[in-house]
Design a protein around this ligand. Structure first.
Ligand SMILES: NC(=O)c1ccc[n+]([C@@H]2O[C@H](COP(=O)([O-])OP(=O)(O)OC[C@H]3O[C@@H](n4cnc5c(N)ncnc54)[C@H](O)[C@@H]3O)[C@@H](O)[C@H]2O)c1
Length: 435
């Protein structure tokens, strides 16, 4: 049965919290360049990948964008908030992710893109100072101001639909078991009482969902991973997805760990180190923000290796993750992994990986795919946590009754099968009879 999906007519607003950041400006500048035919959407499944339909011998491999009704890049209008009062042109030049030539190609559009003042509190991102921030009576009032911004953005740009994506900084670690997170009522009370358990990112998410806008969490922040917000999304029939974009080192982990398990090779240790010099690196230099990132980065291997099922292989491995702020590296992060494994009769081996990646170059297509897919989910009436988008996250949100799926290729199969099911096509299980 084909799912009823509304057509993507009209304009799609993409609201970005942290619009002046490295990821956000690389995503925006790239999308504008692609729209002008000046660049290729490399790294984006929605724009480049194909999907097999039917049996292998039928030879049907449409592009995903021709198979499901996605919003076109021409329909996108960008907007958002930051705590720095500068145009996206100035920010894109500052970050030096893209060359000056590339930034100049879309100069006019980037110059016209300025943030709305953000909701910020240094308590939650210790290394940043908010210079361009809203003032309000309490957190509830600040959340209402964000709602007002959203309504104005919608009417000014004559938008048909909107999605919100958090590309803002990583906040300090917050425990998920606070009683205020339990229900919508207790959450609202905590906002009104300025409770410390409510971080700025939660106010953005609450504002988005209250305005019927799907929300994507690109950072490891707790934000929507609490019952009150999941409930709000379900009540209002809105899709949500998170958390923490899966890009460099963790993407590699979710490819290598399944390989070890597939061949029943043991693991005794996985040491992961990173150096990076962008603003994200500076923020993560604070122990509070690092703890949030560390939890996210550490979580992936266990759910893949399942030590409870294979104690002789994975019971006691040592897993260490560190991130060091090193300004000369800029956005061009370098990571090293030293992986101690063992094979037949317990003989030890070592695997070493050195990834010289570009953080925001890997993240930009992830943002593009997520905003287009969550808009699709919204038009297909899919609400709550979108586990089929786990492919894009380090620490995928999941229902309380299941464990997360972290294996990149199972995640990809899940994503493509969800699209097939949406369009009333047969799910592909790769068994022999299907050819
Ligand atoms: N680049 C990657 O590969 C990658 C991967 C996974 C996750 N992330 C996460 O994505 C986020 C963005 O990364 P980045 O490299 O662009 O960082 P960045 O520091 O360049 O950008 C973050 C932006 O958010 C703004 N900001 C902070 N708090 C805000 C608030 N309360 N309201 C509005 N704006 C706020 C900052 O001023 C800044 O412009 C970070 O949380 C990072 O950990 C990045």
């Amino acid at each position: 049965m084909k799912t009823k999906i509304k057509n993507p007519k009209g304009k799609l607003g993409i609201l970005i919290a942290g619009i002046n950041g490295a990821v956000a400006t690389t995503f925006i500048a790239g999308t504008l360049a692609i729209r002008k035919g000046l660049s290729q959407p490399i790294g984006s499944l929605t724009q480049m990948a194909t999907i097999r339909i039917g049996k292998r011998i039928e030879n049907q491999f449409p592009r995903i964008k021709d198979f499901v009704p996605l919003a076109g890049l021409d329909s996108i209008v960008f907007g958002g908030w930051d705590i720095r009062n500068e145009s996206c042109f100035e920010s894109a030049l500052y970050h030096e992710v893209l060359s000056k030539d590339h930034v100049m190609q879309v100069r006019d559009e980037l110059e016209n893109l300025r943030p709305m003042p953000g909701v910020f509190n240094q308590k939650y991102v210790v290394r940043l100072k908010g210079k361009f921030v809203k003032k309000g009576e309490n957190k509830y009032d600040l959340m209402q101001q964000l709602r007002q911004d959203i309504r104005e953005f919608k009417s000014k740009n004559k938008l048909d639909r909107m999605v919100m994506v958090w590309c803002g900084s990583t906040e300090i670690f917050l425990k998920s078991d606070h009683q205020a997170y339990g229900t919508i009522k207790s959450f609202e009370k905590a906002m009104k009482e300025n409770d410390d358990c409510i971080s700025p990112s939660m106010l953005y998410a609450y504002a988005a969902l209250s305005e019927n806008i799907p929300y994507i969490n690109g950072a490891p922040n707790l934000t929507i991973d609490v019952p009150a917000i999941s409930q709000l999304a379900l009540n209002d029939k809105l899709p949500i997805a998170g958390k923490d974009f899966k890009t460099g080192q963790t993407m590699m982990k979710t490819v290598l760990a399944p390989m070890l398990k597939a061949r029943m090779l043991g693991l005794s240790g996985w040491f992961s180190s990173n150096i990076l010099g962008n603003r994200d690196g500076e923020v993560l230099d604070d122990p509070g923000s690092f703890r949030t990132k560390e939890e996210s980065k550490l979580s992936v291997i266990d759910s893949i290796l399942q030590p409870d099922l294979y104690p002789e292989l994975y019971d006691d491995y040592y897993h260490k993750v560190s991130i060091h702020y090193y300004p000369p590296k800029g956005d061009n992060k370098e990571s090293w992994d030293n992986i101690n494994i063992f094979g037949w009769m317990g003989y030890p081996m070592e695997l070493k990986m050195n990834f010289l990646c570009r953080d925001s170059i890997l993240a930009a297509p992830v943002v593009l795919d997520l905003v287009l897919f969550i808009d699709l989910a919204q038009r297909a009436n899919m609400s709550g946590i979108q586990e089929w988008l786990s492919f894009y996250f380090k620490s995928p949100m999941h229902s309380p009754n299941t464990v997360p799926e972290n294996d990149l290729f199972i995640q990809l199969m899940k994503l493509k099968n969800t699209l097939r099911r949406m369009m009333g096509e047969k799910i592909i299980s790769h068994v022999e009879e299907e050819i």
